[in-house]
Design a protein around this ligand. Structure first.
Ligand code: GTP
Ligand code: MG
Length: 197
């Protein structure tokens, strides 16, 4: 099946802080994980063909909620708050850990995780921990390397190799260089998502 999304039929559902608030319609879910500021909200907007369905900002941090979006009745995208935000308090970090761990470990609807990595930089220790945790849980991962527009074309392959090597990416997981600015490889992203929805 080829994924085709009607931008007018994308809808923010709920910002949930607790399992009791999660949607109950049994649709496939794809969650996004990544360092704060890596481009998760921009990714959602690009995939949906909407300018601002997911809030983007240059200020990282903020909430510890899971944001659910109904993507054209085909699947649900779940924006997970970013990790590695230095100014987060210890209590917030603990709350974050509990929310994310239980969502990833227990959510039946979860089909795959898109892990976003900033293509400009070597994966952080947090990126590696998250990827290992997902693999430990046997969750398929689509590694989307963001901000590719900020790198010279001739250097993209080298950066992709650094990401693959440092995360020790499972051969079954796809790695895609992506840009929300020029929509680089959006068709590849759709192809990867379509396996799980
Ligand atoms: P938090 O929700 O705060 O954790 O951040 P996020 O991961 O949702 O990142 P967001 O989409 O808000 O993007 C953070 C900043 O990076 C914004 O200023 C975006 O405009 C910028 N950005 C995101 N994706 C890209 C990209 O592909 N290329 C470029 N050049 N900038 C990007
Ligand atoms: Mg965001």
């Amino acid at each position: 099946m080829k994924l085709k999304i009607n931008p007018n039929n994308v809808e923010f559902m709920i910002s949930a802080m607790d399992v009791s608030q999660y949607p109950t319609e049994n649709k496939s879910e794809i969650a996004l994980s990544g360092r704060s500021n890596v481009g998760k909200s921009s990714f959602i907007n690009a995939v949906c063909g909407r300018k601002n369905i997911a809030r983007t900002s240059s200020k990282p941090g903020k909430t510890v909620n899971l944001n659910f979006y109904n993507i054209d009745e085909q699947f649900i995208m779940v924006d997970v708050p970013g990790y590695g935000y230095a100014k987060q308090s210890k209590t917030d970090r603990e709350k974050w850990g509990q929310l994310i761990e239980s969502y990833l470990a227990d959510r039946e609807e979860l089909q795959a995780v898109v892990q976003l990595i900033d293509l400009r930089h070597k994966p952080t220790q947090d990126d590696i921990l998250m990827y290992d945790f997902l693999k430990h849980l046997d969750i398929p991962v689509i590694v989307v390397c963001t901000k590719a527009d900020k790198i010279a074309k001739s250097k993209v392959d080298k950066h992709l190799k650094i990401v693959r090597e440092n995360l020790e990416v499972d051969p079954e997981d796809t790695v895609i260089d992506f840009s929300a600015v020029d929509k680089k490889n959006l068709p590849k992203v759709y192809a990867a998502l379509s396996k799980y929805v």
